[in-house]
Structure formats: C-alpha cells, structure tokens
Write a new protein. Structure first.
Length: 693
C-alpha cells in the first residue's frame, strides 16, 4: 500500500517568484524548512531563517519544532525558538511575522483516524480579516500608483509648454540678429560702390531688391515657425485640460470602485463563514464513511496479497527448472569450446615442429632456406587466420549467449531478483574463464611471431654487410669516391655530389666523365632518399662513417659560402681546390687515353655471356642499383674492407694520385674515377689488388 504524505497548502495566493510553494508535500519523516540550500524545502526569503523549522513524524502524529529567530505561529499562537508542538489536520501554520507564508496542514492519514481525536478549534475569522486587510492595502497601493502616474503626465505637459515658449523667444532673437546682419552687409556694399555711377546705382537697386526679398523670406519663415509654435502650444494646453478632466474622472471612478470592492469583500467573508460551517458538518460524515471504506479495503488487500504470494511461488518454481536446463546447455557449450581450444593448441604444436625442421634446413642451403621460410610464413599466416577465425567465432557465440542470458535475466529479475542474480553471476564467471583462455591463446600466437622474427635477424645481418659494400662501390661519386651527398644529375645523365660538381665547375664547365658541356642540372631526390633509407639498415660502423662524412661536407659547404684566406686541409676525401686543380691537370694529360685503355683492357665480344653477367652486376653510378637486395650472398670480410674503403677515401692527396694501376683480372672498370680503397686510377674498389679475400 502506498504511503500517503501530509501537505502544506497556502491560505492565500503567493507572489510570482513563490508560485511553486503554493502547495508543499512533506515527503520525509524529518522535513526541514529554511532559507539554506541543504533543507528539504528552500524558501529564498529574508524573513525566513536558514534553519527555520522541522516537521518530525512520531508514530502517526506530526510534531513541529521551531528554530527561527523571529518565531512562527500555530493557529495564531506563537511557538517560540526551541519549542515543539503537535500539528493536527487543518492547523494553520504562519512561518513569518509579515504573514507572507501562511499554510494549512492537511494530513489524510489523520482523516482516517477515529472522530474521537482531539481537534483544535479553527479561527477562520482572524484569517479572513487578515486577507481582507491585505487586499485593501494592495488596492490602495494600486490607486496611489495611478495617481502618481497621472501627475507625472501633467508635469511633462507643463515642461513641454515652457520649452515651446523658450524656443519661440530664441527664434525671434535669431530673426532680429539676421535682419541686423543683412542691413550691415548691404550698407557696407552700398558704401563701397558709391564711386561708380551707373553701375553702382544699378547694383544698389539690385542689392536693395535682394535685401527686401531676403527680409520678406525671413519674415515669412519666422512667422510660419511662430504660427507652428503657437499651434503646438494650443494643442498642449488642450491636452493638459483633457488630462486634468481625465484625472478627476479617474479619481471619482477609483473611489466608487473602492466602495464596491469593500462591500463585495464583506459579502464574501459572510458567505465563506457559512461555507465553513457546512464543510465541518460534511467532514464529520465523510470520516465515518472513510473508516468503513478503510476496513473493507484492508480485507481486500489481504486476499490479494495471498493470491500474489501463491502466483509468485509458482513462477519461482518454473524459473528454477528453466535455469537448470540453461545451465546444462551452457555446460555442454563450454565443453565444446574447450575441445576446440585443445585442437587449436595441437595444431600450433605441429606448426612449431614443422617450423623448427624448416629452420634446420635453412642453415644447410640458402636457396631452400628462402623457400621454406616463405612456406612457414604462409602456414603461420593460415594458422593465425584460422586461430583468429576460431576466436572470433567463439567471441560471437559467447556474445550471443551473453545477450540471451541478459535478456532472460532481465525478464526474470523483475519477478524474483535475488535467485536470478546468483545464477547469472555463476554464468558470468564461466564466461570470464573462457575469455581468459582466449587471451592466453592470442598471447601464444604473439610469442610464436616474435620467435620467427628473432631467427630472421641472423640472416639479415649477413646481407646488410654485403649490401653496404655494393652500395659503396655502385652509388659513389666519381670525384670524391664516396656515397652521393645531395646527388645532382647533369644533362649527360652522369651523377655527382652537389659540392663536388660546384667545385669542378669553377675550373671547367664540362662533365668530368664524358667531357660534355654542362647545360643543365637537376636534383635526384630518388637517389638521396634511397641512400638515406639504405644507410639506416647498414651496420653501426657504416652509419658512423656516413655521419662523419656528412658533417665534414656541411663544414665545406659553409666555408664555400664564406671563403677564407687560409688554404688549410679539411678532413674530407679530397681537400681544397688544389685537389681539383691537380685532378684537372691529370685528367687533361690523360685525355681520352683512359677510354682507349679501357677498350684495350676490356675488349669484349657482343656474344660473350660472361661479360654481360659482369656488366649486369656492376652498373654506372648514375643509373642507380640494378641488383636484387633480397638474394645477396653473405661474404665474410667485406665489412672490414668497407671500413678500409672509408679510410682510403680520407687519405692525403699524395697517395691517391699515383697514376693508373690495373685491377684484378676480370674485374669491371668503367674507365673513369679512382678506387676509393687505394686512390689509384685504372680500377674500382671491387677489383682493387690491395683487397684481400
């Protein structure tokens, strides 16, 4: 049965700001009222204290406890701060001295109590007198406000009249000033024109006419303005007289309305007194009827509760049977999931064994190694895909089961929450166990992938060393014998470092290789990005060598922009401009003999397959790499030669310019440039005779 709370109903209409407080429901056993925000009822009014009063329920009775500074009243009797008093049905509670908040306490539970309960006699006459006095005060205030408004209008009309008179006087003064000014101007002009006879007389006549016309227009304007002002003054006087008449009429009307209002109030108060007497008689009759209804209602409630209890017991038994069936189904599904997981683990063990066998075979032969690695990768991917698919299927099944369980739980929880919550919690624990198993399977997959990548790193290191040497031999500048730094492609398609070709052009505007006139230059961003990306994959020693070379090149470029008088050598592979002069003289002395020597040394037959194999593996430095990075064979000792090449590139110029030294038989040489290992002409680094295998 729903609990019925008492209410506080205002005995008079409240202001617009407090309309929400017209009726208050006392919805707790300790209901606090006050100005503070922590109270159950917050009344933002200065006459109300922060903690004004409390309504406390004691069994079936309600007690009012006063905490206010000015005190509150129950049926016109002041309670006093700190005092308590029982509040009965229809008691009138006044919260403040100004009687702004006057409430009637209505307790419907008290109406169902026997009629022998003691009641305090109401004093409606005093309440009605207070209401009538309030209405009189408000009516007088509205009348006074109207009177002030009318007086304000009359004052405004008088002010307008005075302003119009002042404007009229100002206009007359302005007109007189203008006339005097015009007369002075005309007199001055007449005096100035006396020396001339006919013309002066004619101009005098014209000026007099102009003066007369201007005076006439001014007079007309001033007269028109004066007439307008007089018309406005007349209108204002008429409005003023009308307002005075209206004021008198309004005063008479308001006095009549006051008398009528007072007579109506007296008549209504007498009618209300009669109505109150009738209501008291009706209330007594209604109390007896309500007591009978309450007894009948209690009997009906007892019967309904017994029927509901029996129905709930039946539903609970049905729920228990359904839950048992669901538990059996879920256990079967969990067994199936476990079987699937065990099968997947067995598959993974088999894949691991196959992978280990493949790794043993990889160490024996490199070609078979690559094929087997590819097979292993494909198998691993398939196994991972199968595992992921199985995991996704399991997750979908679990999610579907969760949805079904949740829907069942929601439907049954409404009927019996406690029993269903225990079963759902056990099912959720089982689902969490399955999820943990799935996470463990995923972590094992990640570990397998990490093991494969670790084993691949060993083979990749061998390829990196050989790849670094091939880069140094194929992607090197023919001037400085180093990897390209800011590669520049000439119109003849040969490639050089930016700094090297700018220094070369100071002496000659020809290509250092083919002697073609340099007409255009273009940056090779592809080569630069390719070299930088490949250097990142090389050994730490080669990375450091490249870093040192780039730093020295930046210093040289800065000095080239800000030339100095000193000729001291830099820590680079070719030094200052003296090297380029020496190179130029040596190139000129040799001329095209290099190409002749090259043709003599490397005479080939177009049908010779060995030559084309050599040429396919060693291309010009400007055409970029033409080999497959994935099929490089490891060659021990080449990393040492690569470092030696860097050291040879930084030797002094005396050891580098010793003339032509033929390379190893069968080694490819393009007919230009020097060996970056020994610095001599006639061969490149792969065919250097100083290179030890």
């Amino acid at each position: 049965m729903q609990e019925i709370f008492p209410t506080l109903v205002s005995c008079k209409p409240l202001q617009n700001d407090f309309k929400c407080l017209q009726q208050i429901v006392v919805n707790s056993e300790k209901f606090t009222i006050g100005r503070g925000p922590h109270n159950n009822l917050n009344i933002p009014y200065l006459a109300i204290s922060r903690n004004h009063c409390n309504l406390i329920k004691n069994d079936n009775n309600w007690i009012l406890e006063d905490h206010s500074t000015f005190g509150l009243y129950i049926n016109g009797v002041k309670l006093g701060k700190g005092n308590r008093k029982q509040v009965n049905h229809h008691d009138v509670i006044t919260l403040d001295d100004s009687k702004e908040f006057v409430y009637k306490f209505l307790n419907e539970d008290a109406q169902l109590m026997p009629s022998s309960v003691k009641r305090i006699k109401l004093e409606p006459e005093e309440d009605h007198k207070d209401i009538i006095n309030d209405m009189k005060m408000k009516f007088e205030e509205s009348q006074n406000h109207e009177m002030k408004h009318i007086e304000h209008k009359i004052e405004n009309t008088k002010h307008i009249k005075t302003t119009n008179m002042i404007l009229k006087e100002q206009l007359q003064l302005d007109m007189k000033r203008e006339i005097k000014k015009l007369e002075k101007e005309c007199a001055a002009k007449i005096e100035n024109l006396k020396g001339e006879k006919n013309e002066v007389e004619r101009q005098k006549v014209l000026l007099i006419q102009e003066r007369d016309t201007q005076l006439a227009t001014l007079k007309e304007n001033m007269e028109r303005k004066i007439a307008e002002l007089m018309e406005q003054i007349r209108k204002h006087t008429e409005i003023e007289s009308e307002l005075i008449v209206e004021n008198n009429l309004l005063k008479e009307k308001m006095l009549k309305e006051r008398e009528e209002f007072l007579s109506e109030l007296n008549r209504e108060s007498s009618l209300k007194q009669d109505m109150l007497n009738k209501l008291e008689a009706k209330m007594k009759e209604q109390e007896e009827v309500r007591l009978k209804e309450k007894q009948e209602f209690e009997l009906i409630l007892q019967k309904e509760t017994e029927q509901l209890r029996l129905a709930k017991e039946k539903e609970v038994n049905e729920l228990v049977e359904q839950k048992k069936q669901k538990e059996l189904e879920l256990m079967e599904e969990l067994k199936n999931i476990k079987k699937n997981l065990e099968e997947q683990e067995m598959q993974k063990l088999e894949v691991q064994q196959q992978y280990n066998n493949h790794l043993d075979e990889i160490q024996k032969t490199k070609e078979s190694d690559k094929l087997k690695l590819e097979q292993m990768h494909t198998k691993l991917n398939e196994a991972q895909e199968n595992a992921q698919k199985a995991i996704e299927d399991l997750k979908k099944k679990i999610a579907d089961r969760e949805v079904e369980l949740k829907t069942l739980a929601v439907e049954r929880i409404k009927q019996q929450a406690e029993q269903s919550s225990e079963v759902i919690s056990s099912l959720q624990d089982q689902l969490e166990k399955v999820r943990n198993q799935l996470h463990s399977v995923e972590s094992e997959n990640v570990k397998l992938l990490q093991n494969t990548t670790d084993k691949m790193e060993g083979t990749s290191k061998q390829t990196l060393t050989e790849f670094g040497e091939i880069m140094e031999s194929e992607l090197q500048c023919s001037i400085c014998a180093e990897l390209f730094v800011s590669a520049i492609v000439l119109n003849c398609s040969h490639t050089f470092c930016k700094y090297c070709i700018t220094m070369w052009k100071k002496k000659k505007a020809e290509c250092p290789i083919c002697r073609t006139l340099i007409t255009s230059e273009s940056k090779s961003l592809v080569l630069d990005s390719f070299i930088e990306k490949m250097v990142q994959n090389l050994t730490e020693e080669m990375k450091q060598k490249r870093k040192d070379m780039l730093q020295s090149r930046e210093e040289q470029e800065r000095e080239m922009k800000q030339p100095s008088t000193s000729n001291r050598r830099r820590g680079s592979s070719y030094g200052s401009e003296g090297d380029f002069e020496y190179l130029e003289e040596e190139e000129e002395s040799e001329g095209y003999e290099e190409y002749e020597d090259y043709e003599a040394l490397h005479h080939y037959d177009p049908g010779d397959e060995e030559y084309w194999d050599d040429f396919g593996s060693n291309t010009d430095s400007d055409s970029g790499p033409d080999f497959d990075f994935g099929i490089l064979e490891p060659n021990s000792g080449q990393s040492d030669n690569a470092t030696g090449a860097g050291a040879g590139g930084s030797d002094n110029s005396g050891s580098r310019h010793r003339g032509r030294v033929p390379g190893r038989p069968g080694a490819y040489y393009g007919g230009y440039g020097r060996c970056f290992t020994c610095g001599a002409r006639g061969h490149w680094a792969p065919g250097c005779p100083l290179r030890g295998d």
